[in-house]
Design a protein around this ligand. Sequence first.
Ligand code: GDP
Ligand code: MG
Length: 167
Amino acid sequence: RCGYVAIVGRPNVGKSTLLNHVLGQKICITSRKPQTTRHNMLGIKTEGANQIIFVDTPGLHAGEEKAINRYMNRAAISSTRDVDVVVFVVERARWTEGDELVAQKLRGLKCPLIIAINKVDQLEDKNALLPQLQALGERFPEAEIVPISALREANLKALEDVIVQRL
Ligand code: GDP
Ligand code: MG
């Protein structure tokens, strides 16, 4: 199977880290500062008969009166229109206004949605994820939800499997 996958989410949730670790190669700059990724970046992963073309996007930025924010949001959102799967990255246990903005922009999405809850390595107790899993499940009944740690490479194979199934 082969297809395009957009990685979207608010700044700093770990989108670029996810792409780098899925590819096993540092193609995107990651940092604690928002706006590190200003343009969409492509990364291609080929494995056996499967090829996934990932599009790492700038985070969605609130404050569209700023031209740079408008530019980055346009890049991020336009990428979700012509891909086969969208991966919406959120952080464990924290739903912010930034996530809400992304969720609103994703309304009417035509392709399958996968929500990756990132940074679960920061959780001491995995049960702490349950309320968030339930809330996201109710809000996005059609989405597959996968907890991951991009940095520690936890559950990334499961995420890739879910992606490939939906291509
Ligand atoms: P982006 O703005 O969504 O592309 O986020 P980045 O990939 O640049 O990551 C933002 C920050 O989160 C960086 O300091 C990363 O090292 C950190 N980060 C990303 N993924 C994880 C993770 O799974 N666990 C932890 N603890 N930190 C992470
Ligand atoms: Mg980034």
